[in-house]
Design a protein around this ligand. Structure first.
Ligand SMILES: [Zn+2]
Length: 193
């Protein structure tokens, strides 16, 4: 039997990929949320991506790698990983939500074509079907505002209704920041919270 040894991307000690934190240096090497990547340099993020790449037997490894690629602005690689994550674990709403963000390719919805917009919206609907989360509704509200409302397309639900849903579910400032960072825009004046 071929036993692979994995090394901590920070200190080089042997680690167990099913755990999340290095026993020796205390570094967090398994990523579950985009916010965990705040303040981490891109070299280290690449190491985490390499560590978990193609480890389908490790729970949510594809989500972890996808988040790394999303942070590194490698949107097509991120998209592939989120698709894999959904295949392996279809009941994690986060994979659909981040897939929607990868489809937006770091751009404002206004700049994308209709096919991409509808694909991203379908991902958000899948995420919401699994779990109600303020940030899912907020991302959908942004798409409905920037792509539909600004182009004067009528849709239901409109961005105001979706924004109200997000507020009702206690939208957090850090969720807003995360989405703004990924799609590179600032609409604090429209969506103040
Ligand atoms: Zn370590």
């Amino acid at each position: 039997m071929n036993i692979e040894i994995y090394k901590c991307p920070n200190c080089g000690a042997n680690i167990d990929l099913s755990k999340e934190i290095c026993d020796y240096c205390g570094v967090h090497y398994k990523i579950r949320t985009y916010q965990q990547l705040n303040g981490i340099d891109s070299g280290f993020i690449s190491k985490i991506a390499t560590l978990y790449n193609n480890r389908d037997n490790v729970v949510d490894s594809n989500l972890c790698v996808g988040l790394c690629y999303l942070k590194l602005k490698q949107y097509s690689l991120a998209l592939l990983k989120f698709e894999k994550a959904i295949e392996n674990n279809p009941l994690n709403g986060e994979s659909y939500y981040y897939k929607a963000l990868a489809i937006l390719q770091g751009k404002k919805p206004f700049l994308l074509n209709r096919v991409n917009i509808e694909n991203a919206e379908n991902c958000i609907k899948s995420a919401i079907a699994i779990q109600d989360s303020a940030k899912y509704f907020f991302l959908w509200a942004i798409i409905r505002y920037d792509y539909y409302y600004r182009k004067a397309y009528n849709v239901s639900p409109d961005y105001k209704a979706l924004f109200d849903n997000a507020i009702g579910l206690h939208l957090q400032g850090e969720d807003v920041k995360e989405i703004y960072e990924i799609i590179g825009c600032e609409w604090e004046k429209t969506f103040s919270c």
